[in-house]
Design a protein around this ligand. Structure first.
Ligand code: GLA
Length: 376
């Protein structure tokens, strides 16, 4: 990727670009908890976005997306919103930096990525974090890392139509090699957890059903949670109990009830997983992962047939834990697999999925890696 972006940059704009990168992410557990003020457990991966950037002394941005072979040029005022959806991520980041008092100007840039698109691994957060980190560095804006993550999140809200939580951008900016991170999305306290489960591997199985969070289904889930929290008289669903939820059952819709039930259960599961990890009890971690999967499928209704099939195949192969990862509606399952079961599981998942859906899933071994940074 480095070579690709540099070569294209030189071709289009000349020499002396600096290189920046930010990763995609996995999430062990804690799904749809971030915007409920709950806990998440992500880690950055070894796949991401690489961008070559050089300031151009004008007030215009000239950008080229190597993977799409498309270019876009735009200014930095609110009226300049570009037509290309990929360029809106870069534009949004610029605008959000400016809204925070950052003084920035135009630049030339090329970028490429290897986070599979629509696989639930946050390719968009990787793109936002790359430019937030780079522009902060190049223009000495003095914005701290949490605010860089919020700039990416606000870009999603204000320029891309997804009312996402903070998990993806946080993971992309704060990632650390070999460590998962537990983030409390209410207090924003976080801790690094070295993750090296002896005898187990983490692997993603990508259904290649493209997930699209843009539009209503994701935002609808969030709205349900906010409605229920309001009836409970709380800012967030975080901290609510099943008893409290049952007590207001008559005042909310059946759908909102089920969604809130999932979130309340998920909060408990994340805490369980933290304790289990401290004991090295991966069997419990795995059990909770399956519970999350079926909660997301039956109660939160963000799974799809293909992902339910993959989780079922995993269970039948004796895989310790398997679940849909990320926002849902397609993408990957994340699987915690014993070393000795790994080969058999992968072969079986490919074979059975292919027989049923006519294509093999893609397999990505998880390598937990560093967050946003400048490359030499
Ligand atoms: C998407 C969002 C995140 C989070 C997850 C679900 O990835 O961007 O903020 O809500 O879905 O856990």
């Amino acid at each position: 990727m480095k070579e690709t972006v540099i070569k294209k940059f030189e071709e289009l704009f000349g020499a002396d670009a600096l290189l920046y990168t930010s990763p995609g992410r996995i999430n062990l557990i804690g799904e749809h908890t971030d915007y409920n003020g709950g806990f998440v457990f992500p880690g950055a991966v070894d796949k991401g976005i690489v961008a070559a950037i050089r300031l151009n002394g004008t007030d215009r941005v000239r950008a080229y997306a190597c993977d799409l072979g498309e270019s876009s040029e735009f200014g930095l005022t609110e009226e300049d919103k570009p037509a290309e959806s990929w360029a809106r991520y870069i534009f949004g980041v610029c605008r959000e930096i400016q809204k925070r008092g950052g003084v920035i100007g135009g630049f030339d840039t090329t970028f490429a990525g290897d986070v599979p698109l629509g696989a639930g691994m946050s390719s968009s957060a990787a793109l936002e974090s790359t430019y937030a980190f780079a522009l902060n560095d190049l223009y000495n804006c003095g914005i701290d890392k949490f605010e860089l993550a919020r700039i990416g999140q606000a870009t999603e809200h204000n320029y891309c139509g997804v009312n996402c939580g903070i998990m993806d951008q946080f993971a992309s900016v704060f990632g650390k090699k070999g460590c998962l991170m537990r983030l409390d999305c209410r207090s924003m306290e976080y801790a690094y957890f070295p993750f090296d489960p002896k005898g187990y591997r983490l692997v993603l199985v990508d259904s290649r059903v493209k997930h699209e969070l843009v539009g209503s289904p994701y935002n609808d889930r969030r709205a349900s949670c906010e409605r229920v929290a309001k009836v409970l008289g709380q800012e967030f669903l975080r901290g609510a109990t099943m008893e409290q939820l049952d007590a207001i059952k008559g005042q909310i819709s059946e759908e909102d009830y089920k969604r809130a039930r999932y979130v309340i259960g998920e909060e408990r599961r994340v805490l369980d997983v933290c304790e289990a990890l401290e004991r090295g009890d991966y069997e419990t971690v795995g059990k909770r992962m399956y519970e999350t999967h079926w909660g997301m499928s039956k109660d939160y209704e963000v799974s799809c047939e293909e992902l339910d099939f993959l989780a079922t195949v995993a269970q039948e192969c004796g895989v310790t834990g398997s679940r849909i990862m990320g926002g849902g509606f397609g993408g990957c399952t994340i699987n915690l697999v014993k070393d000795e079961l790994y080969d058999g599981f992968i072969a079986m998942a490919k074979e059975r999925f292919n027989a049923r859906y006519g294509h093999e899933p893609k397999i990505y071994d998880v390598v937990i890696s560093d967050g946003s940074r400048r490359l030499e």
